[in-house]
Design a protein around this ligand. Structure first.
Ligand SMILES: Cc1ncc(COP(=O)(O)O)c(C=O)c1O
Length: 481
């Protein structure tokens, strides 16, 4: 080492502080249940406790860690608490955290194959593994016409699918000249809002995003889709894209992929399947009937960062025809030219998504898959589904509550029969108590509570306690406590 002045952390200091941080995380995991699940701070409280100005001189590392406990933890909503039942999960796990740490340690930026061949090749390999693990069609394999890429989020994946569909429908003219306002895309009234954002960004326009009606199970109606496509065609418009969902956000409704896919084939529309959370269930063959017809999909996405124990962010996106995706997103400025790219023998993932730079995300996914093995992943997913099903039975048998939708997997939508205000009271009191965290939606105009069992460490005792606490708060709302 030279004697030049340096403010950097030496490898020895890094080792020492690194051990302290890993110890801190392990302690956090052991005590996570002792914190209120939903952060109890008021708006502005965290900032008010922070110094107004940055430090002129560096501070000892121990002071930083102490401030995490003192200043940051109170403002954390504990997504990693086994009593987190809100939204959809956003899981971490030991293997995922350590894979992510290694990715940070290597500090690789994998925009091109040549900027770190392992970053690209491990990603391609793991994405091919997952095709078989989830029972997806072989056309998604990199050895076939397709291929997979890890994106940051389902929202970005949907945008890439929409853009590629747009280019395919216009023979790559809209990339050159912009959209002419005639392209029409189709989702259901229950599709995630990321598709609306994608339609805005892709220049399709909200007026040209049709929200198709749903059936009594809140699944998109193929007959209504076909009718709308025909009406749009007759009006001189160009239908080009459908997004079907395996497990909608509100209620976990399952769109009928086979019937929707048939309509898409008849009319030559791109079919994107958004399986953001529920895709993970496809690790278990007994749940794959929920996506039957997936062989008709042009693209597919699921988020290991939701239910598959892989730290945020990690969203797996496949296309059946990689050439159309690459042709849509590829631009080769002089400064990125290199021999490997010119040879055509490598994948440059920068051509498969929006941004240029990319992290080494496949490391954490590889660690998770290797740590758990398929058997371990299946075990925990089955357990979560079983626990949710048991919860649904308790709700169904209780005279004060009702199920608000069928629960095909791990999300239970339910409500107290006394109406919206009672349900709001129950939820607010539960969340304020810090004992658990659940969120709501509106189904058929009624406020509905959602309990999603999917956090990495949620076990029977957590779900049993959630039901006990819900019943206690129900008695308060009824005035019978
Ligand atoms: C069905 C569905 N699609 C898309 C998304 C958006 O996910 P992301 O945050 O990865 O963009 C969600 C989020 O919960 C979702 O439930």
């Amino acid at each position: 080492m030279s004697n030049e002045k340096s403010f950097h952390m030496s490898p020895e200091e890094f080792r020492r502080h690194g051990h302290a941080v890993v110890d801190w995380i392990a302690d956090y995991q052991s005590r996570v249940e002792s914190f209120p699940v939903l952060s109890q701070v008021k708006p502005g409280e965290i900032r008010a406790a922070l110094p107004a100005n940055p430090p002129a001189q560096g501070e000892p590392f121990d002071a930083l860690l102490k401030d995490v406990d003192r200043l940051i933890l109170p403002g954390v909503t504990h997504w990693q608490s086994p009593n987190f039942f809100a939204y959809f999960p956003c899981n971490a796990s030991g293997a995922g955290i350590l894979g992510d740490l290694l990715s940070s340690g290597l500090g690789v930026q994998g925009m091109l194959w040549s900027t770190s061949p392992a970053c690209t090749e491990l990603e391609t390999h793991v994405m091919d593994w997952l095709v078989a693990m989830l029972g997806l069609p072989e056309k998604f394999l990199s050895s076939n016409t397709g291929g997979g890429i890890i994106q940051d989020t389902a929202s970005s994946a949907a945008l890439c699918a929409l853009l590629t569909a747009r280019e395919r429908a216009t023979n790559y003219v809209s990339n050159k000249k912009g959209c002419d306002g005639r392209l029409v895309a189709y989702v259901s009234t229950q599709t995630h809002s990321s598709l609306q954002k994608a339609a805005m960004i892709a220049g399709i326009g909200m007026d040209n995003l049709r929200q198709i009606e749903v059936d009594q199970n809140l699944a998109m109606r193929p007959d209504a889709l076909a009718r709308q496509i025909e009406a749009d065609r007759s009006a001189g418009l160009t239908p080009f894209f459908v997004c079907a969902t395996v497990g909608t956000t509100s209620s976990n409704a399952m769109d009928p992929i086979a019937a929707l896919g048939k309509v898409c084939r008849q009319h030559n529309l791109w079919l994107h399947v958004d399986a953001a959370m529920s895709g993970t269930a496809m690790l278990c063959p007994e749940f794959r009937h929920l996506q039957s017809g997936v062989e008709l999909a042009d693209s597919y996405n699921f988020n290991p960062h939701k239910w598959m124990f892989t730290n945020f962010d990690c969203s797996c996106f496949w296309v059946a025809d990689r050439k159309s995706l690459i042709q849509t997103l590829s631009i080769l400025p002089e400064y990125l030219r290199n021999q490997a790219t010119e040879s055509g023998a490598v994948i440059d993932y920068r051509d498969w998504h929006i941004q240029l730079g990319r992290r080494f995300r496949s490391l954490k996914l590889w660690f998770v898959i290797r740590h758990y093995g398929v058997e371990g992943l299946q075990h925990h997913i089955r357990q979560h589904v079983q626990l949710a099903q048991r919860f649904a039975e308790w709700v169904d048998k209780d005279d004060h509550f009702e199920l608000a939708a069928t629960a095909p997997l791990n999300l239970v939508c339910f409500r107290h029969k006394a109406g919206d205000s009672a349900n709001q009271t129950i939820m607010d009191r539960l969340n304020r108590s810090g004992d658990l965290f659940l969120t709501h939606t509106k189904l058929n105009g009624k406020l509905t509570l959602r309990l999603c069992v999917g956090q990495t460490h949620t076990q029977a005792r957590h779900v049993e306690n959630a039901w006990k606490r819900i019943q206690e708060e129900a008695r308060v709302a009824e005035g019978t406590a």
